[in-house]
Design a protein around this ligand. Structure first.
Ligand code: SR1
Ligand code: MG
Length: 428
């Protein structure tokens, strides 16, 4: 990768002095905030792993400015990271906005030179993960995320697009190699080997961390999933669709942060959603005021997992039946009743395979958040390390089962049943 100064000669990290001048030049922002920049106020709120995030507030409203920095923020300048990720995020948001604009923040401006995106300030939305910690229910979540995934995954796939269009889009996202490499290492490799940036609740989980590093069947199954991640360009995936990439109120859901987007396996997005809901489930023990107080919330999380997959499956099939315009399973081949019946059967086979992929990816997503570099607040917020480790061990055990036995699950209720069984499991 070229040095930042070569490829982005005008790039300057924004700060409290420059950010208002920066957005003050953007006409749609002036309309959103009110055209008197002297009255605008800013604050830096970035608490993610990668970027600077500012909120600028004016008399009429507020906007968010997300700017890439040329390194990984949660590690430091030693880990260089390309500013081009803002380009990929903007491309992915713009693509998804063609299909599900109501499930995304509104985009005001993309500045290629400053690697910055200016978008709608979502309020009173909060990061979904934080809502799960507080025990908030989101009745719309399953339907909205199912719709988001069905639309974005189906309509960027060969089931919907002609091959030339899809290849042209793929060519663009092939450049997002560094962010894909983060996933390849942090999700699929580092948790299963000694790696400098790995960490886990120690000494409580030392035994299981060692077991997983020496677990040949598990490592093979994870590498099979990694190969799928590397080679299976099924659709434009979000690439990081965990509960920190969703902002929600009980009435409204928005997906943010697709900077890891590329053409990859659909199950990686679906697995991210399921895996993170399962992490939320296993962490509840650390957030309830007395044992059992969050039982109804646990039931809601299970219902949400089941509804998310079931509604996704239903919507994906509907979209395929109504818009099967792609080069794969070309419509010209399926006009007579026998062929149409065969195609209907094949669609169900496709969804069964996708379900198994999603279950496996859910498992790896769970394990990486406990042994790898980047953990999740659901578990990190549990201050008592013994209690946290108990929750984590159960999540790890289920994660392993999902990876190794993904094909033995015939429906999503069997996945939640396995989670329930793991939750009730007491170490002897
Ligand atoms: C090194 S970046 C760590 C993680 O943060 C992002 O949200 C991705 O999940 C990435 O793996
Ligand atoms: Mg993110």
């Amino acid at each position: 990768m070229n040095k930042t100064s070569d490829t982005f000669p005008e790039y300057r990290p924004l700060d409290e002095d420059s950010v208002i001048d920066f957005v003050g030049e953007i006409q749609p922002v002036r309309e959103a905030l009110g055209s008197n920049p002297e009255t605008w106020r800013m604050r830096e709120v970035g608490d993610g792993n990668l970027n600077l995030v500012f909120i600028v507030t004016g008399e009429k409203g507020a906007v968010v400015i997300k700017q890439a920095v040329p390194y990984l923020r949660c590690v430091g300048e030693a880990w260089a990271l390309p500013l081009e990720r803002a380009f990929f995020e903007n491309e992915a948001l713009s693509e998804a906005a063609k299909f599900v604009p109501h499930l995304l923040p509104k985009l005001y401006h993309y500045d290629a030179k400053q690697a910055a995106i200016v978008m709608e300030f979502l309020s009173p939305h909060i990061i979904l993960r934080k809502g799960f910690i507080q025990g908030i229910r989101y009745p719309r979540l399953a339907g909205d995320i199912a719709e988001f995934m069905a639309q974005t995954l189906f309509k960027t796939s060969d089931l919907y697009l002609d091959a030339a269009t899809k290849k042209a889009r793929m060519a663009i996202f092939c450049g997002n190699t560094e962010l894909c490499k983060i996933t390849e290492d942090l999700v699929f490799t580092d948790p299963y080997r000694i790696a400098k940036l790995n960490r886990w609740t120690t000494p409580q989980l030392d035994d299981i961390a060692l077991q997983y590093r020496e677990d040949a069947p598990l490592k093979i199954a994870v590498q099979r999933l990694k190969l799928k991640f590397l080679t299976s360009a099924e659709a434009l995936i979000h690439g990081d669709l965990h509960s920190g990439s969703i902002m929600a109120t009980p009435e409204n859901t928005r997906v943010i942060d697709p900077e890891f987007a590329f053409y990859g396996p659909m199950g990686f997005d679906i697995g991210a959603v399921i895996g993170n809901l399962l992490l939320a489930f296993f962490s509840q023990e650390g957030h309830e005021s007395s044992p059992g107080r969050r039982n109804e919330y646990r039931a809601w999380l299970f219902q949400t997992i089941e509804e998310t997959w079931n509604r996704f499956q239903q919507r994906f099939l509907e979209l395929w039946q109504e818009n099967g315009t792609g080069d794969a399973y070309h419509a010209s081949l399926f006009t007579d009743p026998v062929s149409l019946e065969a195609l209907a059967t094949e669609r169900r086979t496709y969804l069964r395979r996708l379900f198994h992929d999603s279950v496996g990816f859910a498992g790896v997503k769970m394990i990486r958040r406990i042994f790898g570099l980047a953990h999740v607040e659901d578990l990190e917020a549990i201050k008592d390390p013994d209690l946290r480790a108990r929750c984590e061990r159960k999540a790890l055990r289920l994660g392993r089962l999902l990876v190794l036995e993904s094909e033995s699950f015939s429906n999503i209720a069997e996945v939640t049943a396995a989670a329930r069984q793991e939750y009730s499991h007491h170490e002897s």
